[in-house]
Write a protein that binds this ligand. Structure first.
Ligand SMILES: [Zn+2]
Ligand SMILES: [Zn+2]
Length: 212
Protein backbone atom coordinates (compact mmCIF):
# COMPACT_ATOMS: atom_id res chain seq x y z
CA UNK A 1 0.00 0.00 0.00
CA UNK A 2 2.78 2.44 0.84
CA UNK A 3 4.27 3.10 -2.58
CA UNK A 4 7.40 5.17 -3.13
CA UNK A 5 7.15 8.93 -3.05
CA UNK A 6 8.64 9.15 -6.52
CA UNK A 7 6.30 10.56 -9.07
CA UNK A 8 4.35 7.90 -10.82
CA UNK A 9 5.44 7.19 -14.33
CA UNK A 10 2.92 8.75 -16.70
CA UNK A 11 1.55 10.83 -13.82
CA UNK A 12 -1.55 12.49 -15.22
CA UNK A 13 -1.26 16.10 -16.39
CA UNK A 14 -5.03 16.50 -16.08
CA UNK A 15 -7.49 15.40 -13.45
CA UNK A 16 -9.76 12.40 -13.98
CA UNK A 17 -13.38 11.93 -12.97
CA UNK A 18 -13.59 8.67 -11.00
CA UNK A 19 -16.92 6.93 -10.53
CA UNK A 20 -17.93 5.73 -7.09
CA UNK A 21 -20.92 3.69 -5.97
CA UNK A 22 -22.30 1.87 -2.99
CA UNK A 23 -22.27 -1.91 -3.05
CA UNK A 24 -25.87 -2.27 -4.26
CA UNK A 25 -25.49 0.51 -6.84
CA UNK A 26 -28.38 2.72 -5.74
CA UNK A 27 -26.12 5.58 -4.65
CA UNK A 28 -23.66 6.70 -7.33
CA UNK A 29 -21.50 9.65 -8.11
CA UNK A 30 -18.28 11.09 -9.39
CA UNK A 31 -15.07 12.26 -7.81
CA UNK A 32 -14.26 15.21 -10.01
CA UNK A 33 -10.92 16.21 -11.41
CA UNK A 34 -8.79 13.87 -9.30
CA UNK A 35 -5.04 14.09 -9.71
CA UNK A 36 -2.15 13.72 -7.25
CA UNK A 37 -1.46 17.48 -7.11
CA UNK A 38 -4.99 18.27 -5.90
CA UNK A 39 -5.57 15.49 -3.37
CA UNK A 40 -3.86 13.97 -0.35
CA UNK A 41 -3.64 10.34 0.58
CA UNK A 42 -3.04 9.24 4.17
CA UNK A 43 -3.58 6.07 6.18
CA UNK A 44 -5.10 6.10 9.66
CA UNK A 45 -4.64 3.48 12.38
CA UNK A 46 -6.95 5.08 14.94
CA UNK A 47 -9.39 3.00 16.96
CA UNK A 48 -12.35 4.89 15.47
CA UNK A 49 -11.48 3.99 11.89
CA UNK A 50 -10.97 0.35 12.85
CA UNK A 51 -14.22 0.25 14.80
CA UNK A 52 -16.05 1.74 11.84
CA UNK A 53 -14.64 -0.76 9.34
CA UNK A 54 -15.64 -3.65 11.62
CA UNK A 55 -19.07 -2.18 12.36
CA UNK A 56 -19.86 -2.31 8.63
CA UNK A 57 -18.13 -5.64 7.98
CA UNK A 58 -15.56 -3.85 5.83
CA UNK A 59 -12.42 -4.81 7.74
CA UNK A 60 -11.11 -6.98 4.86
CA UNK A 61 -11.66 -4.16 2.39
CA UNK A 62 -10.69 -1.10 4.42
CA UNK A 63 -8.00 -2.29 6.86
CA UNK A 64 -4.54 -3.15 5.63
CA UNK A 65 -1.98 -5.36 7.40
CA UNK A 66 -1.30 -2.57 9.91
CA UNK A 67 -5.03 -2.06 10.59
CA UNK A 68 -4.78 1.24 8.74
CA UNK A 69 -7.57 2.74 6.63
CA UNK A 70 -6.46 4.65 3.52
CA UNK A 71 -8.27 7.96 3.21
CA UNK A 72 -8.03 10.27 0.19
CA UNK A 73 -8.72 13.89 1.03
CA UNK A 74 -10.35 15.76 -1.83
CA UNK A 75 -12.08 19.13 -2.21
CA UNK A 76 -15.72 19.16 -1.01
CA UNK A 77 -16.85 20.35 -4.44
CA UNK A 78 -15.10 17.38 -6.06
CA UNK A 79 -17.50 14.90 -4.42
CA UNK A 80 -20.68 14.77 -6.43
CA UNK A 81 -23.58 12.37 -5.83
CA UNK A 82 -25.40 11.86 -9.12
CA UNK A 83 -27.95 9.27 -8.01
CA UNK A 84 -29.53 7.98 -4.80
CA UNK A 85 -28.71 10.89 -2.50
CA UNK A 86 -31.70 9.88 -0.38
CA UNK A 87 -29.68 6.88 0.80
CA UNK A 88 -26.92 9.03 2.28
CA UNK A 89 -26.60 8.72 6.06
CA UNK A 90 -24.08 9.78 8.67
CA UNK A 91 -22.90 8.55 12.05
CA UNK A 92 -20.46 9.70 14.68
CA UNK A 93 -18.88 7.23 17.08
CA UNK A 94 -17.45 9.61 19.70
CA UNK A 95 -18.19 13.25 20.57
CA UNK A 96 -14.97 14.44 18.90
CA UNK A 97 -14.96 11.73 16.24
CA UNK A 98 -15.25 12.18 12.49
CA UNK A 99 -18.58 12.35 10.73
CA UNK A 100 -18.72 9.08 8.82
CA UNK A 101 -20.98 9.29 5.78
CA UNK A 102 -22.24 6.09 4.25
CA UNK A 103 -24.87 4.67 1.92
CA UNK A 104 -27.65 3.35 4.14
CA UNK A 105 -29.22 1.20 1.39
CA UNK A 106 -26.48 -1.43 1.71
CA UNK A 107 -24.23 0.08 4.43
CA UNK A 108 -21.28 1.04 2.25
CA UNK A 109 -18.76 3.44 3.86
CA UNK A 110 -18.15 6.42 1.57
CA UNK A 111 -16.55 9.47 3.16
CA UNK A 112 -15.24 10.90 6.43
CA UNK A 113 -15.40 14.60 7.23
CA UNK A 114 -14.72 16.62 10.35
CA UNK A 115 -17.82 17.77 12.26
CA UNK A 116 -17.38 21.25 10.82
CA UNK A 117 -16.85 22.39 7.24
CA UNK A 118 -14.25 24.93 8.47
CA UNK A 119 -11.53 22.37 7.81
CA UNK A 120 -13.02 21.49 4.49
CA UNK A 121 -11.50 18.25 3.28
CA UNK A 122 -13.64 15.29 2.35
CA UNK A 123 -11.85 12.01 3.07
CA UNK A 124 -12.97 9.40 0.57
CA UNK A 125 -12.69 5.71 1.46
CA UNK A 126 -11.77 4.77 -2.08
CA UNK A 127 -11.27 1.09 -1.30
CA UNK A 128 -14.92 0.81 -0.25
CA UNK A 129 -16.61 2.76 -3.02
CA UNK A 130 -14.38 3.03 -6.09
CA UNK A 131 -14.11 -0.04 -8.29
CA UNK A 132 -10.34 -0.07 -8.83
CA UNK A 133 -10.67 -2.90 -11.36
CA UNK A 134 -12.60 -0.65 -13.71
CA UNK A 135 -9.88 2.03 -13.76
CA UNK A 136 -7.30 2.28 -16.47
CA UNK A 137 -4.47 2.72 -13.94
CA UNK A 138 -3.89 1.64 -10.32
CA UNK A 139 -5.53 3.97 -7.77
CA UNK A 140 -2.27 5.70 -6.68
CA UNK A 141 -1.89 6.92 -10.27
CA UNK A 142 -4.84 9.20 -9.56
CA UNK A 143 -4.39 9.89 -5.84
CA UNK A 144 -0.63 9.81 -5.39
CA UNK A 145 0.91 7.54 -2.76
CA UNK A 146 0.03 7.36 0.93
CA UNK A 147 2.08 10.23 2.32
CA UNK A 148 1.90 9.42 6.03
CA UNK A 149 0.61 6.69 8.30
CA UNK A 150 -1.03 8.36 11.29
CA UNK A 151 -2.20 7.29 14.76
CA UNK A 152 -0.14 4.10 14.76
CA UNK A 153 2.55 2.94 17.19
CA UNK A 154 5.39 0.96 15.63
CA UNK A 155 8.98 0.11 16.57
CA UNK A 156 11.26 2.93 15.41
CA UNK A 157 12.76 1.25 12.38
CA UNK A 158 9.43 0.00 11.13
CA UNK A 159 7.81 3.38 11.78
CA UNK A 160 10.35 5.04 9.52
CA UNK A 161 9.78 2.53 6.73
CA UNK A 162 6.00 2.96 7.04
CA UNK A 163 6.22 6.77 7.15
CA UNK A 164 4.60 6.67 10.57
CA UNK A 165 7.08 9.11 12.16
CA UNK A 166 6.68 12.81 12.84
CA UNK A 167 8.46 14.13 9.74
CA UNK A 168 6.16 12.61 7.07
CA UNK A 169 3.21 13.82 9.17
CA UNK A 170 4.55 17.39 9.28
CA UNK A 171 5.32 17.49 5.56
CA UNK A 172 1.92 15.99 4.78
CA UNK A 173 0.07 18.57 6.89
CA UNK A 174 2.07 21.35 5.22
CA UNK A 175 1.27 19.94 1.79
CA UNK A 176 -2.42 19.45 2.60
CA UNK A 177 -2.63 23.02 3.95
CA UNK A 178 -1.35 24.35 0.63
CA UNK A 179 -3.83 22.18 -1.28
CA UNK A 180 -6.69 23.36 0.98
CA UNK A 181 -5.70 27.00 0.42
CA UNK A 182 -6.07 26.29 -3.30
CA UNK A 183 -9.59 24.91 -2.72
CA UNK A 184 -10.48 27.97 -0.63
CA UNK A 185 -9.01 30.32 -3.23
CA UNK A 186 -11.26 28.74 -5.85
CA UNK A 187 -14.28 28.58 -3.48
CA UNK A 188 -14.35 24.79 -3.67
CA UNK A 189 -14.73 24.46 0.10
CA UNK A 190 -18.12 26.23 0.00
CA UNK A 191 -19.71 23.71 -2.30
CA UNK A 192 -19.84 20.82 0.15
CA UNK A 193 -22.48 18.15 -0.43
CA UNK A 194 -22.43 17.41 3.31
CA UNK A 195 -22.94 20.77 5.02
CA UNK A 196 -25.49 23.55 4.57
CA UNK A 197 -23.63 26.64 3.34
CA UNK A 198 -25.38 29.16 5.61
CA UNK A 199 -25.63 27.38 8.96
CA UNK A 200 -22.65 25.04 8.43
CA UNK A 201 -24.83 22.29 9.90
CA UNK A 202 -24.75 18.80 8.39
CA UNK A 203 -27.38 18.31 5.66
CA UNK A 204 -29.05 15.49 7.57
CA UNK A 205 -29.29 14.31 11.20
CA UNK A 206 -26.10 12.61 12.36
CA UNK A 207 -26.62 9.41 14.30
CA UNK A 208 -24.60 9.83 17.51
CA UNK A 209 -23.67 6.36 18.63
CA UNK A 210 -21.90 7.49 21.82
CA UNK A 211 -25.15 8.64 23.41
CA UNK A 212 -26.55 5.16 23.44
ZN1 LIG B 1 -26.43 0.76 -1.68
ZN1 LIG C 1 -8.80 7.17 11.96
Amino acid sequence: MLGGLKRWKDEPKMGSDLAFACRCGQLRGLLRDIEPAKVNCSACCCAGCQQYARRFGYEDILLDEHNATTVTQIAPSAFEITQGKEHLACLQQTSKGAYRWYAACCRTPLVNTLWTPSVPFVGVLMHACVDAQSLEHPLPFYTGPVRALVNGKFPRKQAKALRATLWPLITMIARLSVIMMGWMWRGEHKRSPFFLPKTKEPILPVEKLFLK
